[in-house]
Design a protein around this ligand. Structure first.
Ligand SMILES: Cc1cn([C@H]2C[C@H](O)[C@@H](COP(=O)(O)OP(=O)(O)OP(=O)(O)O)O2)c(=O)[nH]c1=O
Length: 198
């Protein structure tokens, strides 16, 4: 079986991949995340997931014959991509924009080896209850929104804003586990092979 490399600095993605028993090594994959003009959110996350996998592969030495997994998550409100917040004002404005409404979370995954790249985009719908400005400010002060698309983490304190979810919880956190397992299977990497050792 080929070794797997996770092209990500995200601790959430590492935890999620560990959850399904896949052995992997994390490699860094810093790429420019600026959306292109007129790019749809779905095309955007897919391009970034593929770009991260590709950057991860380039970070490895040429003689390594492995598979590389990259992922990208964006929060989409009224067709607009909400990335990570620049500062407090940006985070508060995103949270108040999401307040009392539904939005989409798109997460793309891409797996490549030396021959080919396969990718998927997973779409989930999240409903937020109404959030007051004081709550948004207090949430910013907790530190949680800083490194998260849409300025919230469903797996953390941000859960108190989430009135409903339709789709994949793991995709909202950053890595859709059902689809990731399926895609890795296409590259001959089985999941939960480590589970018997637990
Ligand atoms: C909506 C949401 C996002 N997020 C996180 C997942 C991603 O880590 C982050 C979106 O940014 P990304 O650019 O997708 O990922 P990243 O920069 O954190 O990591 P990588 O090195 O793989 O590029 O937001 C949560 O943790 N919880 C949530 O509920």
């Amino acid at each position: 079986m080929k070794p797997l490399y996770l092209a990500s600095g995200s601790p959430r993605r590492r935890e999620l991949l560990t959850q399904i028993g896949v052995p992997f090594t994390a490699v860094s994959a810093d790429i420019d995340e600026t959306p292109l003009d007129h790019e749809t959110p779905s095309a955007y996350v897919e391009r970034l997931a593929r770009g991260k996998a590709d950057a991860g592969r380039r970070a490895l030495s040429a003689d390594i014959d492995g598979c590389v997994l990259g992922a990208d998550t964006a929060v989409v409100l009224d067709g607009k991509i909400l990335g990570k917040p620049q500062d407090q004002a940006d985070a508060v404005s995103m949270l108040l924009g999401l307040s009392g409404r539904d939005h989409e979370v798109l997460t793309a995954i891409a797996v490549l080896d030396g021959q080919r790249c396969e990718s998927r985009v997973v779409r989930s719908r999240v409903s937020f209850r109404i959030i007051t400005e004081q709550e948004a400010l207090a949430y910013w002060a907790s530190g949680e929104p800083r490194d998260k698309a849409g300025s919230y983490g469903i797996q953390g304190l941000g859960a108190v804003f989430v009135a409903g979810l339709e789709g994949s919880y793991s995709a909202v956190v950053g890595l859709p586990l059902c689809e990731t397992a399926e895609l890795l299977g296409h590259f001959g990497i089985p999941c939960w092979q480590n589970l018997s050792a637990r």
